[in-house]
Design a protein around this ligand. Sequence first.
Ligand code: ADP
Ligand code: MG
Length: 619
Amino acid sequence: MIHILTPDVYNRIAAGEVVDRPYSVVKELVENAVDAGANEITVEIEGGGKTRIRISDNGCGIARDDLPRVYLPHATSKLQSADELFGIRTLGFRGEAVASIASVSKMNVVSRTKDAEAFSLGCEGGAAGEILPAAGDCGTVITVDDLFYNTPARLKFLKSDAQEESDVTNMMARFILSCPEIRFTYYVNGKVRYRSFGDGLAAAIANVYGAGIIENCYEICADKHGICLRGFIGNQNFTKANRSYQSLFVNGRYVVNQTVSAAIMNAYASYLMKRQYPFYVLFLDLPPEIVDVNVHPNKADVRFADNQIIYGSVYSVVSAVLDGNSRALEYLVREEKGTEEKSVPAAETAASVERPIAPAVKPMSYEEAKKQVAFDLTPVKNQSAPQFLAPEDSPVWKVRQPDREEKEDVFAENQRFLREKSVQEKIEPDTLAYKGELFRTYLIYETGDNVYLIDQHAAHERLIYNRLKKSVEERAVVSQPMLAPYVITLNAQEFAFLIKQLPVLQEMGFDAEDFGGTSIRISAVPAELKDISLGKFFGEILGSMETLRAVKLTDILKDKLASAACKAAVKGGECLTEREARALIEEAEGDMGLRCPHGRPAAVKIKRAELEKLFKRIV
Ligand code: ADP
Ligand code: MG
């Protein structure tokens, strides 16, 4: 039943222009289809969406008497009272989209509910016509023609057809990822661009990014205390040059959120080089009561009741998966058209070449997709899968603001859970035979049918780093008194923040004390960090005060530790004795997934077969 929201409700909804571009029209209409419980949705656009947009779904449909109301502002079936704003489980709730699209286009709705006939109702520039009997299956077909035909100023602001089309296409990719149980077909000017089959996330990712991507990913599924993080993240060697391969869905909604992306980036920090970005498709599901979705309608963001707990949960899960799952970068010999075998340089030049094991990622073309799967064109009707509609199907969430102790518990449990789950890719150090070195830089180890080349500097640096990190985390740091104490003068807010951190700083090896007024005096620092610039160090801690109040201070130390480790590590060109080379691999516990703290790989694997290919023993 669609009803009109009373002013006291809609005045509390963050409002704003919801439709300004073809992609926002598609977004709103597809969200309505998802909210209607459809498990099959077809989207067609022509002329970049300016000429025509049509969305067909097999959802619950709109009753005849409700049809005129879809064109009225503030008309919705999803929200009744302002209280419900704090527990929204549908994608829509503002009751604005259809009405505002209808006011700037020629719109037609054909809809049929279960046990009723189909009816249609058109609307031109906001003026609805008459309800007419129509033909149609259960569900809804909405056609939007000539978008902005009556608002030339807005039409002028649209980009080229190709650009608008590409924005719609990106959004359709996100829908396919966010609703992997829904069958989507997306046509551009009559040609299929995407087709998904509703058979799960891995398949949806393959539909969007190509079939090869999954083997470069780890699957995550961690669920504790009502916070569930699941999906796929790229492995340490699979990185992208920009953020466009990152999708986060919070309670089914596509979101770009600072807290979560910072948590993920920090978890990857020691595996990534500059300007590399991880791949991920992640779902964060939370009790709706602790997420506020009522942000500006055009901003893909949400607010969390507690950023701290969200940051911590995401960080701990992602870093546990990465740290427990490292793999050596594999050396591949690739046959290239018309050339000899091409060896792909790894460690040294990895920054400048595409990583050998990362296949180029491009969306599957229609032809390729067709080869892979035989299409089943019979629509599945009436098997509604109410993904966001039925609160009664959802688990009962306990709503409570967790206290600090509980938070730690969440992190610890998540980590334990993942540790149990993760498979360590380690090689027993005893089975690695040391075979010498190359260029006084790379150590050679043989095991079974594989050869590992280890960059002595990168590996040593990582090991020192791990050791420092551990001593910081275990608070077993040796302090080094300073000749002249360092005094930081702060503003009141900074002082209040830092004074609370004093015990932590002290445990980490800083001798820090309240120096009166709003200043703090540092008279000793952790010995490992004696060379850092204290001004910069505290600047960074204070800089993170706003956004990541919760970050463990030890995380901020990572960076410092990395540079300390770099200084202390053996350099390339220094000759190691065989004993030292053995000791290195033993300290690494045979972990061939090591990377230096700046993200460069420390180990490269060459398979015997690859060598034999080089020598043409095998082809
Ligand atoms: P909202 O989604 O915020 O409720 P909209 O303006 O997008 O507002 O839609 C208004 C109402 O029209 C919805 O609440 C819903 O009842 C109905 N509606 C729109 N599209 C569909 C659809 N595809 N299937 C069923 N009902 C729909
Ligand atoms: Mg809507």
